[in-house]
Design a protein around this ligand. Structure first.
Ligand code: HEM
Length: 387
């Protein structure tokens, strides 16, 4: 790192987080996502915006040094600049933060990603220093939220890594049995982390002090949709490798295309690879239909079907025990907040909820007339294996 980048990193980890926490405590005390007209709070917000702008200007003055770092260093810096911009957006500050737009744009272009803070900056590329990683506040709930989101993503990555190795081994290999059990363990962990999050996260804290940092914001001439915990490739690799979703289904294609710029660089390649993968469901069906189902193939088919079930259950849990209670229900109670402003992706909340519900239907293989779904293939496989 150079000195200007170092100074900004230090500020993000110290003064920024302290100023922001004071503003968030005031929002919680008022029971509102935004408190306007309080002179002391306005002073704190302006101080944060000005200090950040000044430090970013220091980096931009020596632009080549900032852009000369390796890919991970540039990605980390984009995350910090993005956190500053997200906080200005959250507090509806207009003005000083435009000083950070050229640097964010240059970093985004050099990396081939959207020029903003995304989920991966918080979850998977967030270097801890002295036990603390970068956060918007020092509130326990934000830490709980980030840790459990990140752990779930790691668990999904574990499942995806195991599934990616199955095609080279084949449906009836004893090694495939091991990989399917490993994949199941990843999804079991994802379910456990989601359940812990549901138990430990305070609904009001999430709604008032955490969710507002995930909104869309502007960088230069562009408006970039907000961060969401789905912006990593492993979830889609699992969908497509299992055969529960298809990269040839127009609905799902749109999901893949839309998220591409919000993924970290190496995840973009992983996402592209999912389009070429043969679904394991098809591979199992082919082998089961060709000849008598052997004991190992039957064992593997049983594990595979259980895995599909589990993937559906984790997705359904996300929808019914995280999205609805932590977002939809408090949104319905918050009379003074515009529904357009509640999601991270930009579309109104009911549109986002409908899209998420459709993903749950795909992952649980729920039949829908006239659209892609894996139910009939799964039933055929079960019947062929005599399960
Ligand atoms: C309080 C906790 C959570 C809430 C309120 C929540 C809410 C949401 C919302 C509203 C979206 C849609 C984003 C948009 O387009 O605006 C979303 C997407 C997504 N979230 Fe969460 N989420 C939570 C936790 C998690 C966790 C722990 C995970 C696990 C990694 C997760 C995984 C995903 C995925 C994969 C997507 C993309 C859509 C999909 O493929 O299903 N979320 N979430």
């Amino acid at each position: 790192m150079n000195r200007a980048v170092d100074a900004f990193d230090r500020w993000i980890r110290t003064e920024f987080v302290a100023l922001n926490t004071r503003v968030e405590e005031a929002c919680l005390a008022a029971g509102r996502p935004l408190v306007r007209g309080d002179a002391e709070l306005e002073r704190l917000k302006q101080r944060m915006a000005q200090e950040g702008a000044e430090l970013v200007r220091g980096i931009a003055d020596d632009g080549r040094a900032a852009l000369g770092g390796d890919r991970d260093t540039r990605y980390e810096l984009l995350g910090s600049v993005g956190m500053y911009l997200a906080a200005c957006r959250r507090h509806e500050i207009d003005g000083p933060q435009s000083a950070a737009w050229p640097l964010a744009s240059a970093l985004g272009t050099s990396l081939g990603v959207a020029p903003r803070f995304v989920f991966a900056h918080q979850a998977l590329f967030n270097r801890a220093v002295g036990d603390r990683f970068r956060t918007f506040t020092t509130l326990d709930d934000e830490r709980t939220f980030i840790v459990h989101n990140a752990l779930s993503a790691l668990a999904y990555q574990r499942t995806a890594a195991a599934l990616r190795r199955v095609p080279a081994l084949g449906a009836s290999s004893p090694l495939t049995e091991y990989l399917l059990r490993e994949a199941q363990a990843g999804l079991d962990d994802a379910m456990d982390f989601g359940t812990t999050l549901n138990k430990n996260l305070d609904v009001d804290r999430f709604f008032l002090n955490i969710r507002p940092y995930f909104k869309s914001y502007r960088v230069g001439a562009g408006e970039y949709r907000g961060a969401n915990a789905g912006d990593f490739a492993a979830i889609n690799a699992i969908d497509v490798l299992l055969g529960l979703c298809s990269a040839h289904d127009p609905f799902y294609q749109a999901v893949l295309t839309e998220k591409q710029p919000y993924l970290p660089p190496e995840d973009q390649a992983a996402l592209r690879a999912t389009v070429l993968a043969e679904p394991l469901l098809d591979a199992f069906l082919r082998e089961a239909a060709q000849s008598a189902v052997t004991p190992q193939l039957r064992e593997n088919i049983g594990l595979f079907l259980a895995l599909c079930n589990r993937h559906g259950a984790v997705s359904s849990y996300h929808h019914h025990r995280l999205v609805l209670p932590f977002l939809q229900e408090p949104a319905a109670r918050a009379a003074d907040d515009e529904p357009e402003d509640l999601t991270s992706s930009g579309p109104p909340l009911d549109v986002v909820i409908a899209q998420l519900a459709r993903l749950v239907d795909l992952r649980t293989a729920r039949e829908r007339a006239g659209v892609f779904g894996a139910r009939s293939k799964l039933d055929r496989l079960r019947a062929l294996a005599g399960l």
